[in-house]
Design a protein around this ligand. Sequence first.
Ligand code: CS2
Length: 481
Amino acid sequence: MSTRLSEARLAALPAGVGRPGYDRAAVTPGIVHLGLGAFHRAHQALMTEAVLEAGARDWGITAASLRSPETRDALAPQDGLYTVAIRQDETERLQVVGALRDLLVAPEDPAALLTAMESPSVRIVSLTVTEKGYCHDPATGALDEAHPDIRHDLANPAAPRSAPGFMVEALRRRRAAGIAPFTVLCCDNLPANGHTVRRIVTRLAALRDADLGHWVAGEVAFPSTMVDRIVPATTPEDRARIAAALGLEDAWPVICEAFCQWVVEDHFPTGRPDWAMAGATFAADVAPFELMKLRMLNGAHSALAYLGGLRGHTTVAEAAADPVVARYLEGLWAEIAPSVPAPPGVALEEYAAALLARFRNRALRHLLAQIAMDGSQKLPQRLLGPVRAALEAGRPIPHLALAIAGWMRHVAVAPDLRDPMASALRAAAGPGLSDPPRLVDGLLGVSAVFGDDLPRRPAFRTALLDAVHRLRGRDGNAALG
Ligand code: CS2
């Protein structure tokens, strides 16, 4: 086995590989990040790296995993260093990133994470904990007060498990100690993510103590953000290729596309890094960017995840290169676009064309199965928002209905359904494709996904039934053609 990437080995890296040029030891933590996944490392951490590179010393990141120790175990022996591989078709650029100063694993030591979040030098707590990490009802956006982690955190506030539980306890301690609250920066694909997380955290705080709830509502900033970069899971081949290029072993590099967008509402009462120098855009209103991205990009991703397999594809790039699938996407985007007010300076047709080109990036092995995960948490903001708008306007929705029927089929047939609501969804799906009305009505009745309004829309039910019938025909493949 070759030598491991580490601070001491940085000078030995080949000339073309980017690396920290600043004194890492002089950097202090200004951000605690919850959710140590690949997305954070290829997006916010990389942008923060540019700020550190430009001379800032007070915006280092303490990154915590709320679940498994895997990433910490991989990165700790490398002094927190890891490689970002930016890939477009046949080209690849490598950069070793030093922005992660400390690595924590919450379940091992919740008190250590709370102590880090309490520190006056920490002014931002950012999050990438995925949709399900907020313990909310996906259809309404409200805190799920019956969620086992929320019940646990109410009973054991000093040793929380959930992201909202950590934020509320840390904010309570800061308030008690007279320390200004941190800004909560949600970087997950939730609708109106700042507002949604504000509602969740405020509600949990109020359940602990009404006064604390008022204080959180009045004093804590929750700017909204739109985050965008495609970051597929790292494969063993990626690890081997990157080790060969570095001449050193990196146990957990991250892979991403060249495209990177971050639109952030500029509301940080205790300061923020100058992420604009790394390409972030600060805007007064993020909502139109967020809607566009969630519906056009993520909506199309979810449609591909549930339909691409019918044509034998396993990755986004394979599916998007298939002319039959590309035609379907065109139809889907035409149904979604009227529900998206174009942000200033953006033409939706060009945005859609650019998405197709990004999806076709041959260097990314983005598994459809990875995107298919957690559909119950993703469908409302990605596909059901556009469905509501189209039904309201009386527009037909054959492409949207096919995507949702694809999800219904997935729920019924997936050998290993990866979704926090898996057992409820399976029960609601009944005997599955053999009884389309039972499948459609059963799943439409899951109000955490479809709300109370959509089951009462006969046009929606009819479109779904029609789509499920199309998916049953022969091998389902014909439905897309
Ligand atoms: C994807 C996203 O896994 C998924 O659900 O749709 O992770 C997507 O790749 C990112 O949001 C792109 O910015």
